[in-house]
Design a protein around this ligand. Structure first.
Ligand SMILES: *Cc1c(COP(=O)(O)O)cnc(C)c1O
Length: 376
């Protein structure tokens, strides 16, 4: 590891603040002066704005994306003894949120080119214990929710979306979050497409009963102070984060468009590479381009490419180096091999992308990648 930070960082988290400094400073001052730090007007305004953005009637904001997934499942009565179908290839947070309910994550392999669940493989994993299907719009590319919801619907099983990486992505022209799932869970972790300056998350749903249960689950099981209807702790999005997210939500489409422009620049520059294969986009999908993930032919080649880009001053990250079922948490529980997830963990490499990355920086990444590819 070199001490110097890369000249082209994997992601610049300060640039968003610089661009929105006046608005963010004003929002922070407004909240600090209000004396109201939880469950105030900023939260209410953000929830209605995000519900509108997603095209769903209800939004219930919580403390993190992990809580959003866990509480959405618990609102559907998922718990001990249940199984929840999850992708084998995802951030382990998806699985851990299932485990937090007491249910067991059951992995299904993703499509080998799109890296997300498509529906055909989900049906075979359904058992009498399956209580929910939890597709992930990984890297910002939508899972085929229509196909998955059709399969799950035939079995009377609800679908909950892990949309932590997919704010603003679209599926067959419809916004992610708008359906056809029981609920969609979002994360506002700082590095996400819609990021707070701390932790945050939200569930959007069309079902008022789910929304009502979520409001209990996020607040001590209580709707009236000191009247407690169910066993729950709390998970809240504070006024400061809500105010910041209102500012950033107004920019989300514009910033996603900048990500798309970078992705298309990469796709043009890297077209046809066989040693570092660019991502494929389904014709029915409009990704949020949370990540731009290329795929090497082997772990050794991936690691050499990452080292070469690092030496050229370019930050890269591996999403994710250990498949969930091989992590110490699950290794004993899930011994079944997941060949697609295992290959992806060995071969994927995420190139820098973000709304503040210049075209010149993107071109430098392309040039360094092509140079590595020619010499490999
Ligand atoms: C970020 C993320 C989560 C967890 O969100 P937190 O806000 O960090 O709890 C879950 N699933 C996926 C796919 C994520 O990318």
């Amino acid at each position: 590891m070199t001490a110097a930070s890369p000249e082209i960082p994997f992601l610049d988290l300060v640039a968003p603040y610089e661009e929105l400094r006046a608005e963010i400073d004003a929002a922070v001052a407004r909240v600090l002066r209000s004396g109201r730090y939880l469950f105030g007007p900023e939260l209410a305004a953000f929830e209605s704005a995000f519900a509108r953005y997603c095209g769903r009637p209800h939004c219930v904001a919580v403390g993190s994306g992990s809580d959003a997934i866990e509480l959405a499942l618990r609102a559907l009565d998922v718990g001990p003894g249940d199984e929840v179908i999850v992708p084998s290839h995802t951030f382990i947070g998806t699985w851990l949120a299932v485990s937090a309910t007491g249910a067991r994550p059951v992995p299904v392999e993703p499509d080998g080119e799109l890296y997300v669940l498509t529906g055909d493989t989900v049906e075979a994993a359904i058992t009498p214990r399956t209580a929910a299907v939890l597709p992930v719009h990984l890297y910002g590319h939508p899972a085929d929710l229509d196909a998955i919801a059709a399969v799950a619907g035939r079995h009377g099983i609800p679908v909950v979306e892990d949309a932590a990486q997919a704010h603003g992505a679209r599926l067959r022209g419809r916004a992610i979050g708008s359906g056809p799932s029981a609920a969609a869970a979002f994360s506002f972790y700082p590095a996400k497409n819609l990021g707070s300056l701390g932790d945050g998350g939200a569930v959007v749903t069309g079902d008022p009963a789910i929304a009502d249960r979520l409001r209990l689950l996020r607040n001590y099981g209580s709707r009236v102070k000191y009247v407690h209807e169910l066993a729950a702790t709390h998970s809240r999005l504070d006024e400061l984060q809500a105010a910041l997210l209102r500012v950033k939500l107004d920019r989300l489409d514009e910033w996603n468009a900048r990500r798309r422009a970078i992705a298309h620049r990469y796709l043009r520059g890297l077209a046809g590479l066989d040693g570092l294969v660019p991502p494929r986009t389904a014709e029915w999908a409009d990704p949020s381009w949370h990540l731009f993930v290329v795929r090497a032919r082997s772990r050794a080649e991936r690691d050499r490419a990452a080292a070469a880009l690092g030496a050229a001053g370019i930050g890269t990250v591996i999403h994710y180096p250990t498949p969930a079922h091989r992590s110490a948490v699950y290794a004993a529980d899930h011994p079944a091999p997941q060949p697609i997830a295992e290959a992806l963990a060995d071969q994927v490499l995420s190139l820098p992308i973000g709304p503040h990355q210049s075209s010149a920086a993107t071109d430098r990444v392309v040039a360094a990648t092509l140079e590595w590819h020619a010499r490999r």
